[in-house]
Design a binder for this molecule. Structure first.
Ligand SMILES: *[C@@H]1O[C@H](CO)[C@@H](O)[C@H](O)[C@H]1NC(C)=O
Length: 992
């Protein structure tokens, strides 16, 4: 859902709403100037200026040194003090540093500030804010993997440096240099990541404000949103006068932007560090941004950005494409990749953060001579407040990185199975009749779907937890109609609580003190959908508990077991706030400033909702489904996300693929973009292509703005209806494989759709590709069409395996590293099957995923080019609803097709003893579910004439029918075995 950037457009929106007409609103694009550029964000400007100075100076020396005698190393952890020299007189401030070496092979560097730590500072404006640097981010984000590596050992130590060997077989090494402070992280003796190599480490220490009578004009300039030119002028003035360079102090104590003033009671407190990836040309991650997967340089130059990548969760509606601007959520995890090596960092800081990226040939880098690429990527991380806290991952594979990162931050929750089906949403389905009508039409047109969504208009005048009595008089009836086909309803419940009399929810929020406070310690009031509102403070455990109670079925009347929840606007969006969010000097639970926790805000809220859904009814324990717009590292444990308020144009369709891929490699793969584009009206071709893309988003939801024309998938006439149905059905038939991909994401943090660099980390030509991807472990390679009037695609083939067209079984004539052109008229999704894989489908089209639950499976085998290479695959299935899978109530099979041995077999994926698990109700019922069909694409020619195969399972042997179709005109030979008669949960073998 979008917001209007100002109060006046909000009022305009009210007018539209009451009309509820389908007329066009004038096209509105994001007002870029509503959001800060680096030069308008004091600490970003200061740190960039610091970097400019350091990098231009001929002999810059970082003023940070480790106090050699103060440090000690014990049990995998170094503790010491960094001294920051703050003036020519040699005065210093003490910055405690902890370097931890974890059992996983991950290293962590944490820098605090002693004075703030001890509370020996004075806050201005009588602020009640905490004095410490924010040190609780890890409480929200980190869920495991912090055990110290007791085997890490000091290899070498003297007055100048300390070398620690750590990690698996001690092949990792950290060389900690004392003066100036730097760390060189090595793997197998080679440098991969360097901290403070460029000397940009900057911890803005506390200092009292010295009121100078002079320069009143400057103060005014600063208040006028910090004009870069004038600040620069000031800087240059000073530089000519005196050395060393004077810092720009104009934004130390107060900053204004867009008419809002931040009182900054703690003064300047940013943390910044340069992190170099030695010999790495590509960096990925730090979502969410609407740009290419391989991140661009940000310091200007041809094709580069001028601005750093920004992470400051914000309601950036109709965002612009190819931009480093912040979006709704952020994950400060970055991986660098080069041929055969991936390394990465996780910058654990929830305050406003900017990252500059530059790439260059590195002459000072002899260690890189051994590798082909001599380009290094330099990154400069800047956060407004909090600890400097960075995790370092040394790979070497992309899979190692996602695994280690999610060991810390948690993996994707196993979803409700329905949640990976198709979701039908718009702002708004305006009444129960409307909902029921859409439901009937989907059935009438035989379009499968699982969920219909209710945006804000279902509520009683934006009072969440209460239904609009006129349009939704009997919500339970509506829920029951949907439930009869296993379908669900998702309602929106946002964190802003309408501030009106006679609304019990807001009265309790206020009386219990569960709202976010303003800088003076009074409940914060701002504007959002309901008009005047207060905000739930989900950092407060008591507030979360209260929030949970609101979702009980007897509290949130009109909801039942098939109601699930959408959390929108949780950046939080505040229409009249700075950058449409909260003032940074607002206070949260524990008196932490909003500044410190901003990027965590969305996660604490959707997590509160996740826990609310766990406790709706005593004794009912089912997997929640919560969709969130705002997120942070760790959100994957409790929610799905979508990419926010996109537009119905081809550019946004194309941008959605790298955005979803970026989520996937950053630990939060349950993601998708609004199908059709939220704003505007897609033409029929665009909408159709969008369904073809959506069918390959882990989260597949169509959504539309209230001013957009109705565009339910059955409305568009032929050939569109048929083509869109085909995309929906393709998704539904492949649900078993999607669900299996979620299982892998849940187990080890794997992405669900995977970019080429991830699956083929040795193939340099694929590193920057972000418009084609593999699905899970299926070997399905998709390259959807995202351009207008395009009827073919060029698809890059990453290896020498056989590739078959998914629909026709044509053998793709190609070779490793070649690009092939595939026909892709409107009805066609370019989708290939890579040889060497087996995946599962359910081929009977039904109206919802729930109705397919007990259907038999089809297994598709894509035979390898080389008969000696077996084809492999797996299928995971559980009840899709409860947590019983945690007690072993699931089926996970491994399939192997061995062409040489002429067998296809199914064994337990983990080698579990099938007798060891006591079968619950669901597993018992699964005894009746079997394998209906096996299709072997690329079947050996020698099978010609064969009519039967032998099947062995559960101590019996029998025959099943096989049909063999020989190769013809570019199409592979294939064989179909029908009615195997084996149970999906049992061991079995087919002998050809
Ligand atoms: C999620 O909520 C639970 C229960 O209130 C709490 O223990 C946990 O710390 C919360 N985590 C986040 C990320 O908000």
């Amino acid at each position: 859902m979008h917001l209007s950037g100002s109060l006046s457009s909000w009022t305009a929106y009210l007018g539209l709403l009451s009309a509820l007409s389908a007329t066009f609103a004038p096209a509105v694009a994001v007002k870029e100037h509503d959001f800060k550029k680096c030069h308008q964000s004091g600490f970003c400007a200061r740190n960039r200026a610091f970097a400019d100075h350091a990098l231009a100076a001929s002999s810059w020396e970082s003023p940070y040194n480790i106090l050699a005698d103060a440090g000690s190393f014990k049990d995998g952890q170094y503790q010491g003090v960094v001294l920051k020299t703050i003036n020519d007189a040699g005065e210093t401030v003490r910055l405690p540093i902890t370097i931890s070496f974890l059992e996983s092979g991950t290293a962590r560097v944490t820098v605090d500030e002693e004075k703030r730590q001890k509370g020996e500072i004075e806050l201005r404006h009588n602020s009640k804010a905490r004095k410490e640097r924010y040190n609780e981010a890890e409480n929200w984000v980190i869920v495991g993997g912090l055990a110290l590596d007791k085997a890490a050992k000091v290899e070498q130590e003297d007055k100048t440096q300390l070398t620690v060997k750590y990690g698996p077989s001690s092949k990792f090494e950290a060389v900690i240099k004392f003066s100036p402070f730097s760390i060189d992280f090595k793997r197998d003796g080679q440098s991969h990541i360097k901290f403070n190599e460029q000397g940009l480490l900057n911890v803005e220490h506390w200092r009292p404000k010295v009121d100078k009578p002079a320069e009143p004009e400057k103060e005014d300039d600063a208040a006028d949103s910090g004009n870069e030119d004038e600040n620069n002028e000031g800087k240059e003035d000073k530089e000519t006068k005196e050395e060393p360079k004077k810092e720009d102090e104009s934004t130390w104590w107060e900053e204004s932007f867009g008419g809002n003033t931040d009182t900054k009671p703690r003064g300047p407190e940013s943390v910044a560090l340069d992190i170099s990836f030695i010999g790495y040309e590509h960096v990925f991650g730090i979502p969410s941004h609407a740009g290419p997967l391989s991140l661009k340089q940000t310091r200007g130059g041809d094709g580069n950005y001028q601005e750093p990548y920004r992470m400051y969760n914000a309601d950036v509606f109709e965002y612009i494409l190819d931009s480093p601007m912040t979006l709704y959520g952020s994950i400060p995890f970055m991986q660098a990749h080069r041929k055969d090596s991936s390394v990465g960092v996780f910058w654990l800081n929830a305050a406003e953060t900017w990252v500059d990226i530059t790439k260059g040939k590195d002459a000072k880098n002899p260690m890189a001579l051994g590798v082909k690429s001599k380009t290094s990527t330099h990154t400069h991380w800047m956060s407004e407040s909090g600890l400097l806290d960075v995790f370092v991952f040394l790979g070497p594979t992309p899979k190692d990185l996602t695994a280690k990162f999610t060991e810390l931050t948690g993996t994707t929750a196993m979803p409700q199975e329905f949640a990976i089906g198709y979701h039908q949403c718009r702002w708004n389905y305006i009444s129960e009749d409307d909902v029921k009508e859409v439901d009937r039409k989907m059935d009438k047109f035989k379009m499968p779907y699982d969920v219909i969504w209710l945006d804000i208009e279902y509520s009683d005048d934006k009072k969440y937890f209460a239904w609009d009595k006129h349009s939704f008089p009997n919500p339970l009836d509506m829920h029951k109609q949907l439930d009869s086909r296993g379908r669900k309803i998702v309602t929106i419940n946002d964190p802003h609580i309408k501030n009106v009399d006679n609304y019990p929810v807001v009265q309790e929020l206020k009386s219990k003190g569960f709202g976010v406070l303003n800088k003076d310690g009074n409940i914060f009031e701002g504007w959002c959908w309901p008009g005047s509102s207060h905000w739930l403070d989900a950092f407060n455990p008591a507030a979360r508990e209260w929030w949970a109670s609101l979702f009980n079925y007897d509290k949130f009347k009109g909801t039942m077991e098939n109601t699930f929840i959408w959390n929108d606007m949780n950046e939080p969006s505040v229409f009249n706030g700075p950058e449409t969010t909260m003032p940074k000097d607002n206070l949260h639970h524990g008196n932490w400033e909003h500044r410190d926790v901003h990027n965590l805000n969305g996660m604490t809220f959707h997590n509160a909702t996740y826990h609310a859904l766990l406790s709706r009814k005593p004794g009912e324990l089912r997997r929640p489904f919560v969709l969130t717009r705002s997120f942070f590292a760790g959100s994957q444990r409790a929610a799905a996300m979508w990419t926010g308020d996109n537009q119905a144009d081809w550019g946004h369709l194309a941008a959605s693929i790298p955005m979803v891929l970026s989520q996937g490699i950053s630990g939060f793969p349950f993601s998708g973009a609004d199908v059709g584009g939220f704003f505007g009206n897609p033409d029929k071709d665009l909408l159709t292509r969008w369904y073809q893309v959506g069918a390959f988003n882990p989260f597949f939801r169509a959504h539309a703005h209230i001013d957009a024309r109705r565009r339910e998938p059955y409305l568009h006439g032929e050939p569109y209806t048929t083509i869109i149905s085909a995309a929906l059905r393709l998704r539904y038939s492949l649900l078993p494989s999607w669900y299996t991909a979620f299982r892998h994401a849940h187990l080890d943090g794997s992405p669900i759709i995977k970019p080429m660099f991830y699956t083929h980390p040795s193939e340099e030509a694929g590193f920057a590709l972000d418009d084609q991807f593999f699905v899970g472990t299926t070997g399905l390679l998709a390259k959807p069409v995202v351009e207008k009037d395009k009827t073919s695609v060029d698809i890059w083939i990453p290896d020498g395996e056989a590739y078959y067209d998914y629909f026709t079984y044509d053998v793709i004539p190609t070779a490793k590293g070649k690009t092939v052109t595939l026909d892709a008229p409107l009805e066609k999704i370019p989708l290939l099957m890579r040889g060497g894989h087996i995946f599962a489908r359910r081929d009977i089209p039904r109206r919802s995923s729930a109705l397919m639950k007990w259907d038999d499976y089809t297994l598709v085998v894509a035979a390898s080019k080389d008969a000696k290479t077996p084809a492999e695959g797996d299928l995971y299935v559980d009840d899709g609803d409860s947590f019983d899978f945690q007690q072993g109530q699931y089926i996970h099979r491994r399939f192997v097709f061995d062409a040489a041995a002429k067998t296809l077999s199914s064994v337990d994926y983990e080698g579990r003893d099938s007798e060891a698990v006591k079968e619950g109700e669901w597993m018992k019922k699964m005894r009746s579910v079997g394998v209906d069909k096996v299709i072997i694409v690329g079947a050996p020619a020698s099978w010609a004439g064969k009519k039967t195969v032998t099947v062995e399972s559960e101590g019996k042997t029998w025959e099943a029918k096989m049909e063999f179709t020989p190769a013809e005109k570019g199409r592979a030979a294939f064989a179909v075995v029908r009615k195997l008669g084996v149970r999906i949960g049992a061991d079995w073998k087919v002998v050809f």
